[in-house]
Structures are given as C-alpha cells and as structure tokens.
Design a protein around this ligand. Structure first.
Ligand code: PEP
Length: 246
C-alpha cells in the first residue's frame, strides 16, 4: 500500500520438470504484461535457475531461489552460496520459510544470518515468519513474530530497508485455510509498527498461506499487506497471473 509497490512472488517449492517449467515460464512471460502495477517473481529449485534465467530474462518477471547458505564458499556439501545465485541473475532469495524452519531446524538466528548473507551477495532476502496452529491457539502469535524478527531487526535499519518480509501463518500454508484479511492485517500492522520503530517504513510485507485468485483482492485491500508469497497457486500460470492482477 501507499508508496510500496505491490509484489507477488511464487514459491515453486520442490515442484517442476524441465518440460513443465518451460510451458509455465512461457505463459508467465507472455501474461506478465497484464499484471499492471504489480511486480512479479518466481522462486525456483536450484537446478532450474539456469532455465528460469534463460526463459524469463528480458521479461517483466524476475526470479530467485528458495534458500541459500550462510557461508560464502567452502566445504559445505549440498549448500548453495549467494554468489552462485548471483551467477544466474537471481534477484530474490527466500529465507526462513516455515518448511526450512520446521524440517531443517533453521533457528531465528540462522535465518537472520542467511538474510545478512543474501544482502552481502547483493540479493534481496524475503524473510518469512509465521506462527504454528498451536501457537496461534495459545494466543502467542504476536510474541512468536516478534521473537522470529528480533535477530533480523538487530541487523539494523540499513539492512532491513533492503529486505522484503513475508508473514505466513504455518496453519495457512498448503492447507486451503487462509487467514481472514482482518486477521492478516492485524499481524501486518504489528510488523509495520516494528519496522516504523526501526525507521524503515518502505519495507514490503507480503502475506502467504493459501493465497488464490479468489481471495487475493480482499487481502490486497488491507493497508499493510503489500503483496503475496504464493505456493501451490504459483504452479498454474493463469491462477498466478490472476493473483498478480487482483
Ligand atoms: C508458501 O509455501 O510460501 C505458501 C504460501 O504456500 P501455499 O500458497 O501453497 O499455501
């Protein structure tokens, strides 16, 4: 909202094939012009970044990865460095997605370190936060978000100003259960207040969790929701483009 340009990022997660990606990317490329004032991006699995680069370069759609290493290089088998993502002209990298936190033990501090590593490599980290169902039911949403963001905000205003944040309640990811626009707005407003206290009012805060073309407009109507991070619906070109047009 306000002067923050709307941003819609697709998170393909561990989906895709060379053949399937080719048609999805061609459809995004040709349809992206209709996304209007919205900035559009996709975050693909590492092995497909070269394909994404070759099929999206020169289009209105930018791209990125779903994770990066905190390290610059070295004996870290299986890890991918920010500089490697730069080699494929990535603009974005997701950091601290709830699946990384839950399935790969990523801590709040590691997530902040990854955000710093992304910035050092010239990438824009999309830092994901969000509470679990149990935490929400216990009324702990605000406390969890504050705890997750603390080491990120500790990187300082200059660093945070170069990030994007994404609020993704874990109970809404891949479940078909979306936060109501009012529910999401309440959390976004609290994140916005933390950003304002740091002096960074231009940082975009995306919402994620079962965003579809049918619910995007009502979410985007909220004052502090600046776009979306989209999982499942980003795998279907027309659905993803309709979200961007919402
Ligand atoms: C996500 O994984 O970032 C996400 C929001 O997934 P979905 O849209 O499928 O809920």
């Amino acid at each position: 909202s306000e002067s923050r340009k709307r941003l819609v990022i697709g998170n393909w997660k561990m989906h895709g094939t060379l053949a399937g990606n080719a048609s999805l990317l061609a459809d995004l490329r040709s349809g992206a012009g209709e996304a209007g004032a919205c900035e559009l991006a996709v975050c693909a699995p590492f092995p497909y970044l070269a394909q994404v680069q070759s099929l999206l370069q020169g289009s209105a759609v930018s791209w990125g990865a779903q994770d990066l290493s905190v390290h610059e290089q070295g004996a870290y088998t299986g890890e991918v460095a920010g500089a490697m993502l730069n080699d494929f002209s990535c603009r974005w990298v997701l950091v601290g997605h709830s699946e990384r936190r839950a399935l790969h033990g990523e801590t709040d501090q590691l997530v902040a370190d990854k955000a710093a590593a992304a910035l050092a490599a010239g990438l824009t980290p999309v830092v994901c936060v969000g509470e679990t169902l149990a935490e929400q039911e216990a009324g702990r949403t605000a406390a969890v978000i504050a705890r997750q963001l603390a080491p990120v905000l500790a990187l300082g205003a200059q660093a945070v100003a170069r990030m994007v944040l994404a609020y993704e309640p874990v109970w809404a990811i891949g479940t078909g259960r979306t936060a109501t626009p009012e529910q999401a707005q309440q959390v976004h407003a609290s994140i916005r207040a933390m950003l304002a206290a740091l002096g960074t009012s231009q940082v975009r805060v995306l919402y994620g969790g079962s965003v579809k073309a049918s619910n995007a407009a009502s979410l985007f109507a909220m004052a502090d929701i600046d776009g979306a991070l989209v999982g499942g619906a980003s795998l279907v070109a027309q659905e993803f483009l309709r979200i961007a047009a919402a």
